[in-house]
Design a protein. Structure first.
Length: 157
């Protein structure tokens, strides 16, 4: 009999300002501490992906967005120590001033030009970058080997 496994799901939001810069925050706990990431979080049971994205934007950076203003631009199948399907949404229409709402999880925040990203960014950011920051839907698979190519460093641990 084939062993069944559970795949976790997460959403990431590429919040873009009127200059075309994207919002990133620096991780302060759990995974890839010190790396820059999109606002993101796990999908809760019964929650639609866009609802997750809207919730995470408010919880992490204090920004309001509407589900209909989010566009799915990247799907990443992450398969290393556990399996994830990561959904990245683009959000150009939002309200508020991004701030750090969870200082125990985030140590810095800022907008960056897509050609001037911080040196250390998480795989979700690098996957969207590798796809060319396009507004069209793209797909990638991240394994241990492709992680090392994408991140230009060995997989941690």
């Amino acid at each position: 009999m084939t062993e069944r496994f559970t795949t976790k799901m997460a959403v990431f939001v590429m919040l873009r300002n009127d200059k075309g810069e994207i919002l990133l925050h620096q991780r302060a706990s759990n995974y890839l501490i010190g790396y820059w990431d999109f606002p993101s979080g796990h999908v809760e049971r019964g929650e639609e992906f866009r609802e997750t994205a809207v919730r995470e934007l408010m919880e992490e950076v204090g920004v309001r967005a509407r589900p209909e203003d989010l566009k799915l631009i990247h799907i990443e199948h992450y398969s290393i120590e556990t399996d994830y399907v990561n959904f990245t949404f683009l959000c150009d229409k939002w309200e508020g001033e991004p701030i750090i709402c969870e200082p125990e999880k985030c140590s810095a925040i800022g907008f960056f030009a897509t050609d001037k990203l911080p040196e250390k960014c998480v795989n979700a950011v690098r996957a969207v970058e590798a796809a060319g920051f396009t507004n069209e839907l793209t797909y990638s698979v991240t394994t241990r080997e492709s992680y090392e190519q994408l991140m230009h460093e060995p997989f941690p641990g």
